[in-house]
Design a protein around this ligand. Structure first.
Ligand code: ATP
Length: 266
């Protein structure tokens, strides 16, 4: 199976920092795989995702996305990825639909037209479908600054999916969404993954969202601490191995693991 994300010995040291924020990280993600990159605050998740999506320069190591090198073939990488950032990145002076339209043009989905009506049918259909899924049909043509924070988040989600990317990077995608929208979003992402073979790279502090992933890596203080399936993690990462039963959820395994490692590293 093709590797969609290949990371070897990735290092990032911010200017003026005493030590690297990401320190020799290596992992790979196969095509169509659902991958979770978990870790406590400040572990290095956003730094890693920013390098993988070409928005931040690394200081060492090799990174390929969909077979393209993030330094030498950054434009190709961007054509193949969709991103939902932790921080909002919308233009508040445009309408919701205009924000998506510019993104679609930028990502090579279609040429620019000066109004929604004049855009190609496949674009209009895709926007309508996505807006229905996250429930913002009524807000599509309103200026962004009039929308609530939650609505703006939903808009970013639509924007990241509009060009049907091969690899979808989700940096805490459901932060600020209500329960119904969270469920709707995950349903859509699951469908997209299954129908289009989209590879999904997720970081989240809601560990339950990672319960059904294929592979989990935990990063702690800039280094990969463990990489396995959620089932293996639940089986092997019990803090107290008696009685010998699996921990019930990935969140239980994660919390035990982090607690144990914080003590070891303290
Ligand atoms: N622009 C920057 N300049 C200097 N240090 C930075 C910068 N951005 C992040 N850091 C540091 O790098 C480390 C990793 O930060 P990062 O944001 O990647 O962590 P994270 O795992 O995404 O955390 P969170 O879960 O809180 O979002 C932290 O110690 C942080 O303070």
């Amino acid at each position: 199976m093709a590797k969609m994300i290949e990371v070897q010995n990735l290092t990032k040291q911010y200017k003026g920092a005493k030590s690297p924020s990401v320190n020799g990280v290596s992992f790979s993600v196969d095509e169509g795989e659902f991958f979770a990159f978990l870790g406590p605050n400040g572990a290095g998740k956003t730094t890693t995702i920013s390098i993988l999506t070409t928005t931040l320069a690394k200081t060492g190591g090799e990174v390929k996305i969909a077979g393209y090198d993030v330094d030498k073939e950054a434009r190709k990488v961007r054509e193949n990825v969709g991103i939902i950032f932790q921080q909002p990145s919308l233009d508040l002076n445009l309408t919701a639909e205009e924000n998506i339209r510019f993104h679609a043009v930028l990502y090579g989905m279609c040429g620019y037209r000066p109004s929604f009506r004049l855009m190609p049918k496949f674009y209009r259909d895709k926007i309508t479908e996505l807006a229905g899924i996250v429930g913002i049909q009524d807000a599509l043509f309103k200026p962004i600054k009039k929308l609530s924070g939650g609505m703006q988040r939903k808009l970013e989600i639509i924007r990241s999916l509009i060009h049907t990317p091969k690899v979808l990077f989700l940096d805490e995608p459901t932060q600020g969404l209500d329960a119904v929208s969270r469920r709707g979003l995950w349903g859509y992402i699951d469908d997209t993954r299954k129908q289009c073979g989209t590879t999904v790279f997720l970081t989240t502090h809601y560990i339950d969202e990672a319960e059904n992933v294929d592979k989990v890596c935990i990063i702690n203080r800039g280094q990969i601490a463990v990489c396995s399936s959620p089932e293996e993690m639940k089986k092997h990462l019990q803090y107290d191995p008696t009685p010998k039963v699996c921990l019930p959820t990935l969140e239980d395994a994660y919390v035990e693991f982090i607690n144990k490692h914080q003590e070891v590293l303290a």
